[in-house]
Design a binder for this molecule. Structure first.
Ligand code: A3P
Length: 285
């Protein structure tokens, strides 16, 4: 069976969870509330890790909510068919999730006081993570071979298009006080300090022992064992658990186990060409 993405304003989406109507609604009609917080990411950047962290911040480290409510209901994707039906039950102040690129994000956000946490990750590791995830999730075109997928990723022939455009788009917000960005690599290197920075941005006041609980319950091993967070509750026809695991490795640098010398060289050229005018350096550079 052939698989085709459809385009909304030049961006690839798949028929399973998106329609022109849900995307038009997300962009033009969706009402952002002043106390909303949005987790915005390119897929595979650590989106669900951030959902878990913010869920635990809400409960001051108590894992009961995370252990009883699926992660996608705690913080739905507001641009998807499923997410839009789930939002009415989200606790206020709402934490919502999105992979939308900057140019089609909810217009009402830009007139609000709502906040965004943008999580970024080394695109080489995203490529590897997305390669495996695309085999499992029906929303993605099944990648035939790693070299083929490698080219598709570099050219943005994937759901939500190019990583480069996503990051360049959102970095226009980097000096806004309601925008905070952090990398997956920073979270891996020093989760505790990252949680403290997130608390500062959100104006949350947790004591040391509560911060310790947030760190403990958002660790890879705890999330991997939590069926409310590890996506094993998702129906097989949507996410095929026989083909992989959502909580796959949770490390930095796995690209080194996958890229050939030629692929490294090619990736670096494309990276340099795309990122040179951004004038920013990242923890993976
Ligand atoms: P890998 O496939 O490299 O293991 P997203 O939530 O944006 O889809 O990102 C998924 C990636 O984040 C996966 O990467 C997953 O293992 C990783 N991840 C999820 N929770 C994590 C955690 N608590 N610690 C480290 N990595 C985590």
């Amino acid at each position: 069976m052939s698989f085709e993405y459809f385009k909304y304003k030049g961006v690839n989406f798949s028929h399973g969870s998106y329609t022109d109507e849900t995307l038009t609604f997300a962009e033009n009609e969706f009402q952002v509330l002043d106390d909303d917080v949005y987790i915005v990411t390119y897929p595979k950047s650590g989106t669900n890790w951030m959902i878990e962290i913010l869920s635990l911040l809400r409960t001051k480290g108590d894992p009961t909510w995370c252990n009883n409510v699926p992660i996608w209901l705690r913080s739905p994707w507001y641009e998807t068919i499923e997410g839009q039906s789930q939002i009415k039950d989200v606790l206020c102040p709402r934490v919502l999730t999105s992979h939308l690129p900057f140019h089609i994000f909810a217009k009402s956000f830009f007139k609000s006081k709502a906040k965004i946490i943008y999580v970024m990750r080394n695109p080489k590791d995203i490529l590897v993570s997305l390669f495996y995830f695309s085999k499992m999730l029906s929303l993605y075109k099944d990648p035939k071979t790693f070299p083929e997928f490698f080219e598709d990723f570099l050219q943005g022939n994937v759901l939500y298009n190019s990583w480069f455009d996503h990051v360049k788009g959102w970095m226009q917000m980097k000096d806004n006080s309601n925008f905070f960005f952090i990398t997956y690599e920073e979270l891996c290197k020093d989760l505790r300090n990252s949680v403290i920075k997130i608390c500062e941005f959100l104006g949350k006041d947790l004591d040391d022992s509560q911060i310790d609980l947030v760190v403990k319950h958002s660790s890879f091993n705890v999330m991997k064992e939590n069926k409310m967070s590890n996506y094993t509750l998702i129906p097989q026809d949507f996410m095929d658990q026989t083909k992989g695991s959502f909580m796959r490795k949770g490390i930095t640098g796995d690209w080194k186990n996958h890229f050939t010398e030629a692929q490294i060289e090619h990736f670096d050229e494309v990276y340099e060409e795309n990122m040179k005018y951004l004038n920013m350096s990242f923890s993976w550079d």
